[in-house]
Design a binder for this molecule. Sequence first.
Ligand code: C2E
Ligand code: CA
Ligand code: CA
Length: 418
Amino acid sequence: MSEHIHARELAAGEVIFREGDPGDDAYILERGRIEISIGDDGARRVIAELGPGEIFGEMALIANAPRSATAATLEPCTLLVLRRNRLLKPIETADPIMRLTIQMMVERLNDATRWKAGQPSMSQGSEAQRRAFAEVREIALRRIRTERELRRAIEKDELTLHYQPVFSVADGRIAGYEALMRWNHPEQGFVAPGDFIPLAEESGMVVEMGRWALERGLEEHAAIAAVLSTVDRGSPPPFISVNVSAAQLADLSEIDRFAGIIQAAGADPGQIKLEITESLMAADPDHAAEALGRLKDLGVSLAIDDFGTGYSSLSYLHRFPMDTLKIDRSFVSRMNHDMSSRLLVRTIVDLAADLGLDTVAEGVESPDEYDELAALGCGYGQGFLMARPMPSGELRAMLARWGADWRRWAEVAGQEPA
Ligand code: C2E
Ligand code: CA
Ligand code: CA
């Protein structure tokens, strides 16, 4: 903080900044009086006199424009200087709608000041300024639109979940399944999660959608697990994996909502796995540790998704209470072509074993990959070789007809045209 804010002492009659200067700092007047004026020296007009406690010079920073007035001390003054970043960082990371509002307010305030002083309006602004406004407005509008569409998607039941089974590599039997979101858009048809999850994250709607996914997932999990228990007697109950984006955990109170949803569903938390990407841990490790600890307290287990693609650092692994590593598809699919990918998969599997974690290989597409994973001792596999994501009804039907072993599924798929 201190590097961003420091005090400055000025004598009477000093110019703090001049009209047209670049706006790098804003100021809080601690002691003394200053005068704000506009116009050239021939026709200078004082538009304000400020006293202790007032802030000035912030408008040029926010509007990203040159100073629209000159500030000079009337008596000895103490100023607190706010560096550009101190003021702009929070604004830049603020909600785009909030940002737009602040910028418009500054623009209007600027206009009002100039109007009062009998000067032409600036709201036409410079080309760069206009472009910046247009950009922020565009982001804000897109976000409002997406938010509305996604809200409607939840209300109108346009979202569904598909389930991709996860198999135990050693015996080929289903161990659980991952719930993957699908959006059936009324005009655009099927929209892939890769296209709408990022928008949902940006607009904040992912929080609500994530609650929906947990709720719906647990409901359908009960039905799938019931079928499995009749075809695979004596085997442990399957787990359901639900993806949780870092944005959902920004506010820790969301974890209480999770607890409520799990309780209302009457689900056994021991059967729930939450998949979280490394971005959560990289962005703010302290916050992540707190969030993950609280999630663990619910009794659920935790998986790191797409392991190896992000900021993977071994130090994360013992700092966070994880249960499972999901090896990213990109390594699995290169495993049989390049040595370094195979070495990486081997290292991850060994490392996980040393730390007492399970491993799931994602994106298993070929029998060779499957065999290799078995040889490396990778616990679980998920991929198009064994099964694609499918609606819950279809998964229940597969289990009821063909049992829990994917190799049986593959046999029948070979006989029956898909
Ligand atoms: P992910 O969590 O890594 O999910 C695995 C993705 O890999 C799924 O894509 C799945 O269909 C695909 N996949 C599985 N096996 C194979 C394979 O053998 N080959 C290939 N080429 N692909 C395979 P999907 O369903 O399109 O989901 C994409 C991403 O969207 C997910 O990646 C996840 O990050 C996100 N996502 C999906 N559902 C949710 C959700 O409910 N909440 C959140 N926050 N994110 C979700
Ligand atoms: Ca996942
Ligand atoms: Ca993944």
